[in-house]
Ligand binder design. Sequence first.
Ligand code: FUL
Length: 493
Amino acid sequence: MRKIFFTALLLLLAALSGCNQRTNSYFEKKLTFPDLLTSDQKVKLSAYVVPTQSQYEWHQMELGAFIHFGMNTFTGKEWGDGTEDPALFNPADLDADQWASTLQRAGFKMIILTAKHHDGFCLWPTRTTSHSVVSSPWRNGTGDVVKEVKDACERHNMKFGIYLSPWDRNAKSYGDSQQYNAMFAQQLTELLTNYGEIHEVWFDGAHGDEHDSKVQKYDWLHFYQVIDSLQPKALKAIMGNDIRWVGNEEGFGRETEWSITPLQPDISDLFINENIRLGISPTTEDLGSRRIIEEARTIHWYPSEVDVSIRPGWFYHPEEDQQVKTLSQLVDIYFQSVGMNSVLLLNIPPDKRGRIYETDAERLRQFGDYITQTFENEKLTNANMEWKARTGEAREFNVIPGETINMVMLQEDIRKGQRVEEFAVEGWLNDQWIELAKGTTIGYKRLLRFDDVSVSKLRVIISETRDIANISKVGAYHAPHLDNDHHNHSSSK
Ligand code: FUL
């Protein structure tokens, strides 16, 4: 009886939600609950919220690269103040193909370039300001970094995104809200019109109210409209409503990471007030538990992206050449991001020449080799399958005889929602089951490391799920040990 009621409710809601509806029973990206629902019904319905096609493709990408390059590369700063002389921008040997080939070989599927950082210097020949490459000596003022990087991405079969800082410390109109919003929309229009397909638009939330007296009220809805009309498949990140900031810049994912959450970016009074009512922000640990869903009015597919730099700063500084993250650190970051239901956006800042510095390039090569080597040898004999798991259900998998494992991979088919709330992985050793790992959420991908063990079988138990879980992958691997290897089995937060 309860089941019949639930199905009827699903169908009714699907019909009511109109454009959010993908099939008869899923809600694409957004679901607004009607008032009459019980807490349990809300939690169960949340299991039917699914990503858009673009969001789904973004999850599958797993690895994206951030490129911070611009005026700061030449002044040695992290935040320029906008008074920098364009004459300073003059990379002697800018080679976007070196960026793209280095990253592509290391497994990265996208590059997001800082087309404009907070100092306002534009890396493309914009018509909105003279504070751009046009006024620089680089390529005699005829250069266009955005175009060179986009073209290199095309040649290396990579996606391309732009970072466009809303905070602009050079623009005279900044603080005159209407005028600056028009300029910003124009900059967006240029970037989204002249360079072919743009896959992600990254709106930084940073603004230096404490440094600058100017107060600018951004017209986010208009910026969204510009993107939606010019590049409907482009994902809006951070201050955008397709991809969420994980909440730190150190490379830590959440132990419990729900892609379904009531959180929305603080772009309107409505969203700001709702976030306050629920007590949530991008840095909140719990963004999707039952308690949060029960209190929510609307929920969204709003997955997390982990942005972190390979160096201490976001921009290249020669004095940090000895502080490029070690392979072991990068691998930990990988397991804490990709392994925790997030996409990793690793920042690689090119140097003053306009090239990825040798140490960073070498580290990327090692990282790519490590990931390939780790995952090329599947240790289960029956790893690829479809498993519709109910709460409490378990399944066994055979390990190739004689193999040692120290990591498992679990995936849910998120096109049917994110559902698992608790699971455990056990190994058959000396005639008994021993626990190897356990966790809460799975989502698009969950990777769990543990000490080397030679078990003949694995058992995965789905201890709690919001509805029948669609497990699309259970895999086991051996991740090579690294010097100063410190296995971080749980979140380092
Ligand atoms: C922050 C900025 O202030 C940093 O400079 C950097 O761009 C980082 C990715 O976002 O908010």
